[in-house]
Design a protein. Structure first.
Length: 105
């Protein structure tokens, strides 16, 4: 019985350590949750970079078509390219090659 009484504090200490260790790993601010959050942050940053690149491309397209401010000129080549693409027109000297998107086979 005396030997058992000596191990009661040690057993209680081991239970407290196990409890704290479990919550340090799985708790709301635990190690595992921090890894999940870091992964989500990396994915969100990648999405943000893609959206920023898309926004810059759109701003460039708008800037080429904008006639605001002093000395601003429209990029005629870009305007012609976009008009042809949207309206599906071709210049009389252009050679137009059409491709069958869904080949029969």
């Amino acid at each position: 019985m005396d030997a058992l009484k000596r191990f009661i504090p040690l057993g209680g200490l081991l239970l407290v350590i196990a409890y704290l260790g479990y919550h340090a790993w799985t708790g709301e601010q635990g190690v595992r949750n921090q890894m999940v959050i870091q992964t989500e942050i990396a994915e969100t940053r990648a999405q943000l970079d893609a959206v920023r690149a898309e926004r810059l491309a759109m701003e460039d397209r708008v800037a080429r078509l904008k006639i605001d401010g002093e000395g601003a000129e429209i990029d005629v080549d870009y305007l012609e390219e976009r008009a042809r693409a949207v309206l599906r027109f071709a210049h009389p000297d252009d050679v137009v090659v059409t491709l069958d998107v869904h080949p029969r086979g």
